[in-house]
Design a protein around this ligand. Structure first.
Ligand SMILES: *Cc1c(COP(=O)(O)O)cnc(C)c1O
Length: 395
């Protein structure tokens, strides 16, 4: 009977509301872009999308999606291994391998699925997964779905990782797994040092490049380019839902035999629908654009450097970042919410994060810079930060 659980759910929901943790959704009535319109009727400059390269509403991608829709139809109505593989899917997989300099690639409906389906087919209870404490929820879930022994090391702490690697010598195979860029701070994981430790302690390395691919490295190839260690990371997972166009889709790319095994045994691949052809078509176009020019990476880098410099000069504290994420520290939870609300009134859309999303007393506003931001957008945001910062006595 629904009655009992309804009462229980109502009470839990009330608890969420009274703890101030209820997530409201703002309704956007325009395409996703650097400037958006919301149902509240106001235009705002958007600093909280993962639209790092400004591709979410790029005309070339819309055109490529339309083209795919025309030539290959709307839906696949099948999983890949039954009748859900088109030439577009195969081409996109090849483009991703070329982009990362890897041997083979497998597509998923989302990176959440890529991470959810990567460990269980490869590792057994005889093996070990050594995971960064700040890894994404999808990695945590993926680890849970495998029977491997779990080790957790403190965020980006190589001493702690080494301790865990020593303990994990008891197991048959080991894999170290980390986000490439940690989304709350914007710091790049020390993947060069992780690879060195992996060499010393006989371990595989997996990097989730969701916030780093397209963004980090001179040509946007991610952390392996940033550290000049291409070919050393065994497994890379990533998303088409952030810098790479922002629609939907995930992938795992890396060593040939690993990808081959995932195609045979990875459950989100075997038991979930194939990507719509229009997404694959736009994805192909997007990787072609990435190969032709690095203009967007350069613009994003320049925008981020400009914003960081002005914000620091204004007297704000920010977290160390090597990505397009700038965490402006306010420390106090209430203040982070008041600050974000005041910025919205100024036409600047950002989100304030506080415990438990970030550690206690580490509340902040996370600003995500895009190549689509103009100098005028950045100046408006900086002016608004200074105005509100003064009125709330932060600076
Ligand atoms: C966003 C994100 C994911 C999930 O990607 P989707 O394609 O949206 O499912 C996985 N890992 C990390 C690190 C992310 O930031």
């Amino acid at each position: 009977m629904y009655g009992n659980i309804r009462e229980y759910l109502k009470k839990e929901l009330d608890n969420i509301i009274s703890a101030g943790l209820y997530k409201e959704e703002r309704i956007i009535t325009s395409p996703q872009d650097s400037v958006i319109e919301t149902s509240e009727g106001k235009e705002v400059i958007n600093f909280c999308a993962n639209n790092y390269l400004g591709l979410s509403s790029h005309p070339a991608l819309i055109k490529a999606a339309e083209q795919g829709l025309k030539t290959h139809g709307y839906g696949m109505s099948s999983v890949r291994f039954i009748c859900g593989t088109t030439d577009l899917h195969k081409t996109l997989e090849k483009k991703i391998s070329e982009f990362f300099g890897t041997e083979n690639t497998i597509l998923y409906a989302a990176c959440f699925d890529a991470n959810g389906g990567v460990f269980e087919p490869l590792l057994t209870e005889d093996d070990a997964i050594i995971s960064d404490s700040l890894n994404h929820a999808s990695i945590i879930d993926g680890v849970r779905l495998s029977k491997a022994r779990r080790y957790r090391y403190e965020n980006a702490n190589m001493n702690d990782l080494e301790i865990k690697l020593k303990e994990a010598q008891a197991q048959r195979f080991r894999i170290i797994v980390t986000d490439g860029v940690f989304s709350m701070d914007g710091n790049v994981a020390p993947v060069n040092r992780i690879c060195a430790l992996a060499e010393k302690y006989d371990s595989l390395v997996m990097v989730d490049e969701c916030h780093s691919a397209g963004v980090v490295g001179k040509t946007g190839r991610g952390v392996t380019e940033h550290f000049n260690i291409r070919g050393q990371v065994d497994i890379i997972t990533g998303t088409l839902g952030k810098a790479f166009g922002g629609a939907i889709g995930g992938f795992t790319t890396g060593r040939k035999e690993i990808i081959e095994m995932l195609r045979q045994r990875s459950r989100p691949y075997l038991f979930s629908n194939s990507l719509p052809p229009m997404i694959a078509s736009a994805g192909i176009k997007m990787f072609d654009m990435m190969t032709e020019t690095n203009a967007l990476q350069k613009k994003l880098y320049d925008n981020t450097e400009y914003f960081k410099e002005k914000i620091i000069k204004a007297g704000f504290n920010i977290k160390q970042t090597q990505s397009a994420i700038v965490a402006i520290m306010l420390y106090d939870a209430r203040l982070s919410q008041d600050f974000a609300a005041a910025l919205l009134k100024e036409g600047i859309y950002v989100i304030g994060f506080y415990y438990p999303v970030v550690p206690k007393d580490q509340a902040r506003i996370r600003v995500q810079i895009s190549a689509a931001h103009t100098l005028d957008h950045l100046k408006k945001a900086i002016d608004a930060f200074i105005k509100i910062g003064k009125s709330l006595k932060v600076i």
